[in-house]
Design a protein around this ligand. Structure first.
Ligand code: SAH
Length: 512
């Protein structure tokens, strides 16, 4: 009854393809719908897209719906119907594309029968992500003018085989199998039995687009063994055909951190670009924010520095966090960048300069943060005899401050405190404690000490003997680490993600 009366304002239910796993492969339309949703019903494989949704949308994994097995589709449809009838904006987020082995049509029938409009948003299907990962062109005008998408897992309710193996073995193009890892042997046996040569190239791509994407290159005759040796697990795509020849060699060059587990120590909230950059090179990267940030230790000192600001010749910001904390205080006091008057501004490192630009100040001088001699060299000549204010954390960079005091009139104020965080009990620290990582990227001496605090003697030994290699951000950090008796494999010269990633790649290459 109620359906008929509310007919004209029934909400649309969206079937959205989540892509193969990497949230960056969502479509723009998908991201917009997720941002506006009230309820997102998602498959386990699309859970990665969750951070893109607003926090007030309800995210429910369909595997947790009651009464899901064996008839999951019915339970999903019921849940969508119930939410849509309550006027909720429902997104059904499905891995890859919702209409490729996705049973979307079965799920939306009850909705359409009840009069709800349904819109489908396409997604990057796993076959395409796997092909991209392995750098296999699924079509090629010389050797493959057609592509077949095939399920390796047939509907168990159907008697006999639905797959015409004989036709597939003769198919004049590329075969792409979904859901086939557990039955790889069966697949190989059927194709060979029907005359597909054992020398046919095969590329198997597991977890396409995820940081731990793995590619196995073999032939029809050898793929089963090769996959077993590499411990390949679902989800995986198997590409069979001439186009898969030499795929692994091409793909491996692309992902230089394949198989590496990297621990980083960026402050909380600043880790994302670095983690993404490492993941793009194939690393599994985990951030441990061993240092936290707290309010200014002496707010009245910060306030009086702000009041005096225009009397300084130079104001030097030591870090992006310093900029953030300083401007937060300005805002709290209803002030803005005009308090700087004619003071010139220096930003140590590009990240700091970037943050300053965001609050409307273009730094006059940007010495690179990472080499202490470079810092002093750049600053000393211009500040000599001047009155300067250093905006910093409550600790760190003491040597630089001393060097400046020798030539200028220096006031220094702490805009925030650095807090040692205890991460015991957080899931993220487990890899560190268990020694299940290959590289540690320490972004400051303090952060390195923060990591050590979480390690027992064995854990420290792994670092001392280089079993896990240490990469330091900047010479100052490297010196601090070496002074405490640990070896540094590589030094990143700049705090931007690509320099840090490159240093990690170099250390990993050297290690292997
Ligand atoms: N609708 C999905 C496919 C669902 S069937 C799509 O369009 O991609 C599930 C199968 O998809 C898995 O068994 C696996 O074969 C494949 N798959 C899904 N995500 C994958 C990924 N990231 N890497 C490799 N294969 C994947």
């Amino acid at each position: 009854m109620s359906d008929a009366t509310v007919g004209e304002c029934l909400p649309t239910v969206y079937f959205v393809g989540a892509g193969p796993g990497d949230p960056a492969l969502l479509t723009v339309r998908a991201a917009a719908l997720l941002a506006a949703a009230d309820l997102v019903l998602y498959d386990r494989l699309s859970a990665n897209c969750q951070p893109l949704g607003p926090t007030d949308a309800l995210w429910e994994c369909v595997e947790q719906l009651p009464g899901c097995h064996p008839d999951r589709v019915g339970a999903i449809s019921r849940r969508m119907l119930e939410a849509a009838q309550a006027g909720k904006r429902v997104v059904r987020l499905k891995g890859g594309d919702s209409m490729i082995f996705g049973r979307a049509a079965e799920e939306w029938h009850p909705l359409i029968d009840a009069g709800f409009p349904v819109e489908v948003v396409p997604g990057v299907t796993a076959a395409l992500a796997a092909a991209a990962g392995a750098m296999v062109s699924l079509t090629d005008r010389r050797i493959a003018s057609a592509v077949a998408l095939v399920t390796g897992h047939e509907n168990p309710d159907k008697p006999g085989s639905m797959i015409d193996w004989s036709a597939l073995a003769q198919f004049p193009g590329t075969l792409v199998f979904y859901m086939g890892v557990a039955r790889l042997g069966h697949l190989v046996e059927r194709l060979s039995h029907h005359g597909k040569p054992e020398t046919t190239p095969v590329a198997l791509v597991s977890r396409a687009s995820f940081p731990d994407e793995t590619i196995v290159q073999a032939t029809l005759g050898t793929i089963e063994n090769a996959a077993r040796l590499q411990g390949i697990a679902a989800p995986a795509i198997t590409i069979v055909g001439e186009v898969a020849r030499d795929s692994a060699a091409r793909a491996i060059r692309k992902r230089q951190l394949q198989g590496a587990v990297v621990i980083t120590t960026r402050p909380e909230g600043q880790e994302r670009p670095l983690l993404e950059s490492l993941a793009r090179q194939g690393a599994v990267a985990v951030n441990l924010p061993v240092l936290g940030i707290g309010p200014p230790p002496q707010p009245d000192l910060l306030d009086s520095a702000i009041d005096q600001l225009s009397r300084y010749d130079w104001v030097v910001f030591f870090s992006a966090n310093g900029v953030k904390a300083f401007f937060e205080r300005l805002t709290e006091r209803s002030l803005d960048a005009r308090c700087f008057g004619n003071a010139r501004v220096a930003a140590i490192g590009r990240e700091t300069a970037k943050r300053l630009l965001e609050v409307g100040i273009r730094a006059d001088l940007i010495p690179h943060a990472e080499r202490s001699e470079g810092l002093a060299d750049a600053l000393l000549p211009v500040v000599s005899g001047r009155r300067m204010l250093l905006v910093r954390a409550d600790r760190g960079r003491e040597q630089l401050e001393q060097a400046l005091r020798a030539v200028a009139t220096v006031d220094s104020v702490a805009a925030y405190v650095q807090i040692d965080r205890d991460l015991f009990g957080h899931g993220s620290v487990e890899r560190l404690i268990a020694g299940k990582y290959d590289l540690l990227l320490a972004t400051s001496g303090q952060a390195f000490l923060g990591v050590l605090r979480h390690l027992d003697e064995n854990g420290k030994k792994r670092l001392i003997n280089g079993e896990a290699a240490i990469v330091a951000l900047g010479q100052v950090t490297a010196a601090a680490i070496q002074n405490s008796g640990y070896p540094v494999a590589r030094i990143a010269n700049s705090a931007d993600s690509s320099s840090m990633t490159q240093a990690v790649v170099d250390a990993w290459t050297k290690k292997n």
